[in-house]
Write a protein that binds this ligand. Structure first.
Ligand SMILES: *Cc1c(COP(=O)(O)O)cnc(C)c1O
Length: 444
């Protein structure tokens, strides 16, 4: 395949991507098997039951290699239950990256706890182990680790810090189902993990979530919190929970919808094979872009034993310094004009949002962030410089679901062509360097 040498499409040249691949980005893959699963639930009239969900839980626990898996209505609910499982309560603090979706941490407010944000590493976009320890106080109950956009966070040093200070680790695996950290499945390394199975995620069932743990007390506290019908005194080993069986301690009802459980079972069955194809495709994309000025892969180094799972919301990192400061917006505009996927952005840093600074959610008479604490732990602009800077360097890349080398090469060529001809873009670059980021990655 010869590389396109023509002028940039944005400036009137021909496009690098000429092929159309309609189903390349279609996700999740839905077949008759998914349809049958849903219809079976419907005809059994067991949408609100838990028999299908329990089957899914067994399969998911076996797939992850953990003792317990507990389904719930969404990833937000699973992470909320995980926090309660770790005894996050009144006056407590959790440490969480600011670069994540809000459901990694905001549930802490409703438990009477509050949030301290820590930096991410610029190459992984995951919690920086070097920025955790100095933020730990006697109030710190848990560290929430997010495997951001599939990249496995550096768990070994994080676990060492957590063990040293007797703090729990909650893994948010909503972006990284099936990813490996040094050969180990993410979600099995911390004390407990929560996973979204929302339909935009890589393991996609639609408005569902799951929690996994090897810890009986955490598991049972998660049941007690929001699954009253499974909270039975003789089924529970944790003595402290027995007297209150029958009613949900949290006052929540977090049961998974069984149509989602049915879809989840089918999706899980095919998941390893499907993500193997995604991995092959995405690795080819980045292999071909290795050394191209301006772009940097967001993936773990080869030979590390770490992988990106299903490459949820696949991202790249931008290096404007290699292109005389060409703005990411202008660069992306040119790549898109070539017919390839490239759009700037990732989750906006949470510590700058008014909800974390001024909002009095529960009527304490002061902002909830500090009402749930004995100190003002708000983090103004400038307080997390790495996070604040790096969000302006992130862009989405084509999230390739199928291994079709010719099409992948065309996508790659779009990036290469823009990188090679970047000088032509400098003149029309009016961007002030501000990249818009949103509080979500997709609206699905
Ligand atoms: C999607 C997501 C969640 C929440 O999951 P829902 O199923 O949408 O409730 C939590 N954390 C992260 C990082 C997410 O991307």
């Amino acid at each position: 395949m010869t590389e396109v040498k023509s002028k940039l499409a944005l400036l009137g040249g021909s496009k690098a991507v000429t092929q159309q691949e309609r189903d390349m980005f279609t996700w999740p893959i839905i077949t008759r098997e998914d349809e049958k699963g849903v219809l079976d639930v419907l005809h059994k009239r067991s949408m609100s039951g838990s028999d299908v969900t329990k089957e899914f839980e067994k399969e998911f626990a076996a797939w992850q290699g953990v003792k317990y898996a507990l389904g719930s209505s969404c990833g937000t609910a699973s992470l909320h239950s995980a926090m309660f499982g770790c005894k996050v309560g009144i006056g407590d603090e959790i440490i969480c990256p600011s670069l994540t979706y809000w459901a990694s941490c905001l549930q802490a407010f409703s438990l009477g706890a509050t949030i301290v944000f820590a930096e991410v590493e610029p190459h992984s976009l995951c919690l920086d182990p070097k920025d955790i320890e100095h933020r730990i106080t006697p109030r710190t109950k848990a560290i929430v680790v997010v495997h951001y956009c599939g990249y496995p966070a550096d768990m070994d040093p994080i676990m060492a810090i957590a063990r040293k200070h007797n703090v729990k680790v909650i893994e948010d695996v909503s972006h990284a189902h099936g990813a490996l950290y040094k050969g180990r499945r993410v979600g099995t390394i911390g004390d407990v993990a929560g996973y979204s199975l929302m339909s935009g995620k890589s393991l996609a069932a639609g408005e569902a979530g799951i929690l996994t743990t090897n810890d009986t007390e955490i598991y049972e506290r998660a049941i007690a919190f929001g699954l009253y019908e499974r909270y039975e005194a003789d089924a529970i080993q944790t003595e402290a929970l027995k007297p209150f069986a029958g009613l949900p301690m949290g006052g929540y009802k977090y049961r998974m919808h069984q149509m989602s459980a049915a879809v989840a079972r089918v999706q899980l069955k095919h998941y390893d094979a499907r993500i193997a194809e995604i991995q092959k495709s995405m690795n080819m994309f980045w292999d071909l872009l290795e050394g191209v000025p301006g772009v940097q892969a967001h993936r773990p180094p080869k030979g590390s034993g770490s992988t990106m799972g299903g490459w949820y919301a696949a991202r790249g990192l931008y290096k404007p310094e290699a292109l005389e400061g060409l703005s990411l917006r202008r660069f992306a505009e040119a790549v898109m004009a070539e017919g390839a996927k490239c759009s700037p952005g990732c989750n906006a840093p949470l510590h700058l949002h008014p909800l974390l600074n001024t909002c009095d959610v529960y009527g304490h008479g002061k902002p909830t962030r500090i009402a749930n604490s004995d100190r003002d732990l708000r983090q103004p602009k400038g307080s997390l410089p790495v996070t604040e800077e790096v969000v302006g360097r992130v862009y989405s890349i084509p999230w390739l679901k199928h291994y079709r080398p010719n099409y992948i090469k065309q996508q790659v060529n779009a990036y290469k062509k823009v990188s090679r001809h970047y000088k032509e873009l400098l003149a029309g670059d009016t961007d002030k360097g501000v990249v818009e980021v949103a509080y979500h990655l997709s609206r699905r």
